[in-house]
Ligand binder design. Sequence first.
Ligand code: ATP
Length: 295
Amino acid sequence: VAEPFTVLVDTINNLQRSVSGARRLFEVMDMAEEDTRAGTVLEAGAPAIRYENIGFHYTEGAETLRNLSFTIPAGKSLALVGPSGAGKSTIVKLLYRFYDPQQGRIQVNDRPLQTYAIHSIRERMALVSQDIYLFDGTVAANIEVGKPGASRDEIIRAAKLAQAYAFIELLPNGMDSEIGERGIKLSHGQKQRLSIARAILRDASLLILDEPTSALDVETEASFQRDLGEWASGCTKIIIAHRLSTIRDADYIVFLEHGEAVEFGTAEELLRMNGRFRSYWEKQGREIGEEQSVV
Ligand code: ATP
């Protein structure tokens, strides 16, 4: 189930720079704040990520990830594809250091993930999703959580790059319109754009894109990556992907089943393999009526 994961990650993103908020959260996570600051600081720019023979279980005897290996070169995108419960969210949780794997290791820029300050890794990550956490407050304040203290100009610039500015301008009070429980209700697509605006404001270099499961939630024909626009080309991207258009646009795909990467490659390569990914692709295509050819 993606929702609790999304909410947790998004909450961490939001609270990252708010000291008291972060403290409260880390208390909940049973982790002292200084623990998150000890270690190497992740350098600027899109990181290269490598999972090496990862084995992970939440509970002894129930393996969630098995001997999982893949590489995402700096600035490239990887789509995690597979049935519900295959382990897609778990792969991302390991990168956030919510858990550490019992086997293997994750390398970031050729150094073990554990050698970095957790804070510095999380600070560079941003989650883009339709399930973003919005609080009662103005549109501007909700974007500002990407970088508390950002100027109005910075917020407007981020909203423009996220293609959110056009709909914001049409709201009764523009950037100062109240949203949340008692304010204006936003559509899924508008929420996603606000989440992109936060990520842009934050200057993230590692994006986690959590795509809606159901095609019914999808409002536009453009793929996730096209929605993200040019700015995301400078980021390394991990996409929990469901739509064929998103999968087709990804540089690499890991097809997961029961925590195992059964196939790895580009969409074109995997379709040629005529294996598990291909049958999944054809089944999904029939279910949601998307076109099936990628080449
Ligand atoms: P979905 O597409 O439905 O979101 P997923 O591929 O992201 O699924 P995960 O959420 O990573 O799959 O879950 C993989 C497996 O680990 C599932 O069997 C799930 O029940 C189990 N699992 C996930 N989180 C926990 C947890 N906190 N404790 C115990 N088991 C968990």
